[in-house]
Design a protein around this ligand. Structure first.
Ligand code: ZN
Length: 206
């Protein structure tokens, strides 16, 4: 059973996903359906759509949106990955390139995060620095749904995590994803690299 607070916050998350993934003409309908559900109906909906993991499937990770993203149940804009974590673009970014490092395991305390998680954070923030040229990059750990994540926030003026957020369009996110998913840093790219082109092909959207 979800608490009213969980329902509200999960509804918000689902609506964000609808906003960023649904075709324009279906958005309003889908959003009003979600909004009109009571707690029980909504929980049932989450279960049917596999947005909630059952107890057996994951330990403590149920009802966690980040676990759903890691499992691929919810669409995200991934820009990096290693064995222990993925890097995804924030769909309501404070600034251009705002990224979340999401550990693959549902870990609640920052001390338990493995070195690989830090490595990916470093790698991604270096890449953002090179590609987007912010003044600096701020790293903010954050715990949501009991899942420890790291915000990588490019600072162009004086943005903080509490600055105003703006929903990024699907187009913007795809463009950024392409830009930030490039394999090799420009300055280190060997001249005879010929396969680089492949990574530039736009991803097909199902
Ligand atoms: Zn989780």
């Amino acid at each position: 059973m979800l608490s009213q607070e969980q329902v509200d916050s999960l509804k918000k998350q689902v609506i964000q996903q609808i906003e960023s993934t649904f075709p324009e003409d279906k958005k309003e309908m889908a959003k009003s359906q979600i909004e009109s559900m009571n707690a029980d109906e909504f929980e049932e909906f989450l279960k049917q759509n596999n947005l909630i993991k059952s107890q057996q499937e994951s330990s403590g990770g149920q009802q966690c949106i980040f676990c759903s993203i890691v499992f691929g149940d919810i669409q995200s804009y991934k820009i990096g990955e290693n064995e222990k974590a993925i890097a995804i673009l924030e769909i309501n970014p404070v600034s251009k390139g705002h990224t979340l490092i999401v550990p693959k395991e549902h870990i609640g305390s920052p001390e338990k995060l493995s070195a690989e998680v830090q490595e990916l954070s470093k790698e991604v923030s270096d890449k953002i620095k090179r590609c987007l040229n912010p003044k600096e990059i701020a790293m903010h750990p954050l715990n949501l749904f009991g899942h420890e994540i790291i915000n990588i926030l490019p600072v162009y003026e004086n943005e903080t995590l509490n600055s105003q957020r703006n929903r990024a369009s699907e187009e913007e996110l795809q463009k950024l994803q392409k830009e930030l998913s490039k394999k090799e840093p420009l300055e280190k790219k060997p001249k005879e690299e010929i396969n680089e082109k492949n990574t530039w092909l736009p991803k097909r959207i199902p």
